[in-house]
Ligand binder design. Structure first.
Ligand code: FAD
Ligand code: UDP
Length: 376
């Protein structure tokens, strides 16, 4: 048999596949990247509409404290100074997020950290007493003992119910652990050292990572390479769905999904911010994204006469939809673990990325994982 032409066949051109190809290519390994979608980039792909980069698979904000990751992405494309600072709209009244001195001022009129703390303590006293020394056991108890009644009712309860389709009492406490509470006037949603959006959009990052690498779009691994990939490449990097690789033989893994209604508005500035969360049930969507604000600041907003907005809806997952978030319940955790055991036994195959590992990862940790691979 002839030697395969490629060192690696990489299934999936998202950040995992693209970063892997970038590293392999740098050390002279020959890669072929395939993706079943009609474009490269996986979920960070942007579609240009009216001169605006529209985040087709959901708003993506890059943030990390890892200097090596930040330097790598900036060596490919410069990142802008976008700082995520969503605003919450509760029945027409606006509040800054994450919960910080601005929010507390808007909620109660308090102007000092001491006054805000006193108000929070008063607000959470009843819930703390009800716990009677026990740890919070669900999201409602966690929220009520963290920030108290008003914030829970106006900024957490209904948003969370819309997002998860369940009562806050039936959700685990850890879901809101990552929401910061700050006694300073700081609307930055993330605690990371570095944050931004690639200048010119995420496609520039993907194009840079895949520069000089052979890529094919509209090619499904299962339709075209499943049986024959060893004739094409010595090794396989697989970033598609873990259960699909094994023909779902142990059962199907569940996913949570979101859907978007995207439209052009004939105004240069629709909501004045990239992200507005709708925290009450009177609007069916969880948030509205105005994409231009990720990359246009100040006067530049008005130099682009139109705007593109996406309403985001939490949606029950069905076959054929985009698999976005793994479902971390007992059944799925156990099933994924069983599939991972099968994956470990696959010779010459690396399972990577959020689909291939059935784990939610932000972008930076995905890149970090690839940077940590020693053996190419
Ligand atoms: P993907 O980007 O999904 O790439 C996998 C690729 O494999 C896809 O292009 C797919 O078409 C292809 N593929 C699958 N099966 C096959 C097959 N059989 N044959 C060929 N190709 C195949 N992270 C952040 O850091 N900040 C954010 O703000 C953020 N927002 C997010 C919002 C949403 C709604 C979601 C779902 C995720 C968000 N993330 C965010 C996470 C981020 O999207 C992921 O970290 C990143 O996309 C993972 O890259 P990946 O390569 O693993 O997967
Ligand atoms: N959350 C909330 N109100 C908000 C934003 C978030 O109650 O305005 C809660 C909600 O339960 C959500 C969790 O905090 O699931 C985590 O939110 P985050 O924005 O970190 O995650 P994402 O919505 O991006 O998955």
């Amino acid at each position: 048999m002839d030697m395969p032409k490629y060192d690696y066949l990489i299934v999936g051109s998202g950040l995992f596949g693209a970063t892997f190809a970038y590293r392999a290519n740098k050390i002279g390994k020959k890669c072929l990247v395939i993706d079943k979608r009609p474009h490269l980039g996986g979920n960070v792909y942007c579609e240009n509409i009216e001169g605006i980069n529209v985040h087709k698979y959901g708003a993506h904000i890059f943030h990390t404290s890892n200097k090596q990751v930040w330097e790598l992405v900036n060596s490919i494309v410069e990142f802008n100074r976008y700082t995520n600072s969503p605003v919450a709209n509760y029945k027409g009244k606006l509040f800054n997020l994450p919960f910080n001195m601005n929010t507390f001022y808007q909620m109660w009129g308090v102007t000092t950290p001491a006054a805000a703390q006193a108000k929070i303590d008063e607000q959470k006293a009843e819930a703390v007493a009800a716990l009677n020394g026990h740890k919070p056991e669900n999201l409602e108890e966690q929220a009520l003992t963290l920030v108290g009644k008003d914030i829970f009712e106006k900024l957490i309860k209904e948003y969370t119910e819309k997002q998860w389709g369940r009562d806050c009492k039936d959700l685990p406490a850890f879901i809101i652990n990552r929401l910061p509470v700050r006694m300073v006037f700081d609307n930055n949603y993330f605690n990371d050292k570095y944050q931004g959006i690639p200048v010119g959009g995420y496609n520039k990052l993907i194009e840079g990572l895949l520069s000089g690498v052979e890529c094919l779009t509209g090619v499904d691994f299962f339709a075209e390479y499943r049986q024959t990939w060893r004739n094409t490449a010595k090794k396989l990097v697989y970033t598609g769905a873990l259960d699909e690789y094994f023909d779902y033989k142990l059962g199907k893994l569940d996913w949570r999904t979101v859907s978007f209604k995207t439209r052009i508005e004939d105004t240069p500035n629709y909501q004045g911010n990239a992200v507005v969360n709708y925290t009450s049930h009177d609007k069916p969507y969880t948030r509205v994204i105005e994409h231009k604000h990720f990359e246009m600041f100040g006067q530049a907003v008005y130099e682009c006469p139109k705007t593109v907005i996406s309403e985001e809806y939490s949606t029950e997952y069905k076959d054929g939809m985009e698999p976005y978030y793994p479902v971390n319940n007992e059944r799925n955790n156990r099933l994924a673990e069983d599939y991972r055991k099968l994956a470990q036994a696959e010779k010459d195959v690396l399972f990577g990325g959020r689909l291939g590992q059935y784990k939610y990862y932000d972008m930076a940790p995905i890149i970090e994982q690839v940077l940590n691979i020693k053996d190419f």
